[in-house]
Design a protein around this ligand. Structure first.
Ligand code: GFB
Length: 325
């Protein structure tokens, strides 16, 4: 297995997004000096020939694949074709080309929505493909499951060491704060911040507020990815055993009702008005708490408590550290 060195060429695909930017911060803090990135104008990841030419020119040793079409519940439901096809193109091009150019280690990023809608809670890695998916994000989930399968197939057939991390709902700097396409936490921050500035009496949130979600600060996910890349091969034997797909859940092990999350965001932002719930908008899955015992057994735990993370995300929003669409 490739031993990571401070001089390794690590390609972070999707470096301007929520996860990719966190990965760059982490690698830079840890002293990796040869991180590779490519602007969208320079490299279209949906185009196989461009990806091949870029890999041939830059020869990364390791790839962290953070690039993806992502979005919240309504974005997924309103553009199912793009959520399926863009993700399949990006991941097929990057993972396959990485293999063809001899990249020994690759981290692929998925999402907890790959698991069945009615999975037992907390959701263990073994529940993959055991029952139907949540319909609001099924196209995205199926693309991500195909990416896991590709990593697993390359490991079996070509002795690669490619693995996938399944984070729970992420948030942090460089998040998408667009009110239609964002995830819930950035949406709540922006809605309540703007409502406070306008002195509105109330904000309208989506669904019933009853679903529960688990939230992970993006820098914690980057920390987990680097932690695993630096582990000796023997410690990761279970991850690369042929009988199981090479995936690990990454989360905090704790979830919260959307209603309670809204109260926390209101306190952070200083919004004192009322919360109204638009029940015409979808709730999505009722709960998706990850079982993080495999990561815990490997010695890793999330470090950022939710209250601190929300404060950091709000600071980033105020400082304009947001993803431009
Ligand atoms: O974060 P979110 O958009 O996506 O929504 P999912 C989480 C919950 O928050 C849902 C509620 O029950 C929403 O109805 N919510 C309340 C809001 N107010 C708002 C709001 O103003 N904006 C948004 N966006 N939600 C996504 C998947 O599912 O999770 C993706 O669609 C991915 O594929 C991602 O897996 C992690 O948690 O339901």
């Amino acid at each position: 297995m490739y031993a990571l060195e401070r001089a390794s060429r690590i390609y972070v695909a999707g470096h301007t997004g929520l996860v990719g930017s966190a990965m760059l911060r982490k690698l830079s803090q840890a002293g990796f000096s040869r991180t590779l990135t490519a602007a969208r104008s320079e490299l279209d990841l949906t185009d196989r020939n461009s990806v091949k030419a870029w890999f041939a020119a830059h020869r990364p040793h390791v790839v962290v694949l953070c690039a993806a079409r992502v979005g919240g519940i309504l974005a997924n439901a309103s553009a199912p074709v793009e959520f399926l096809l863009d993700n399949l193109h990006i991941q097929n091009n990057v993972i396959h080309t990485a293999h063809e150019t001899g990249v020994e280690q690759l981290v692929f990023l998925g999402s907890s929505c790959i698991y069945p809608r009615e999975a037992n809670q907390p959701i263990g890695e073994d529940s993959l493909l055991t029952a139907p998916l949540e319909p609001t994000n099924r196209p995205y989930a199926i693309a991500k499951i195909a990416g896991i399968e590709l990593c697993w197939a390359l490991n079996r057939q070509h002795q690669r060491r490619y693995f996938a991390l399944m984070p729970t709902n992420l948030y942090g700097p460089e998040d998408n704060f667009d009110l239609f396409s964002s995830h819930v936490l950035p949406a709540l921050i922006r809605k309540m911040h703007e409502a406070r500035e306008r002195a509105d009496a109330s904000v309208t949130l989506w669904g019933t507020g009853e679903p529960k979600r688990e939230f992970l600060y993006s820098d914690d996910l980057a920390d987990a990815a680097l932690y695993l890349l630096e582990r000796p091969a023997a410690r990761l034997a279970h991850l690369f055993c042929e009988a199981h797909p090479p995936l690990l859940n990454v989360g905090t092990g704790q979830d919260i009702r959307i209603r309670e999350l809204a109260d926390k965001v209101a306190r952070t932002v200083g919004f004192e008005g009322a919360l109204q719930w638009d029940t015409g908008k979808p709730d999505g899955t009722a709960r998706k708490l990850l079982d993080v015992s495999r990561m815990s057994a490997l010695g890793w735990q999330a470090k950022t408590p939710l209250d601190q993370g929300i404060a950091l995300a709000y600071e980033a929003f105020l400082a304009g550290r947001v993803r431009r669409l």
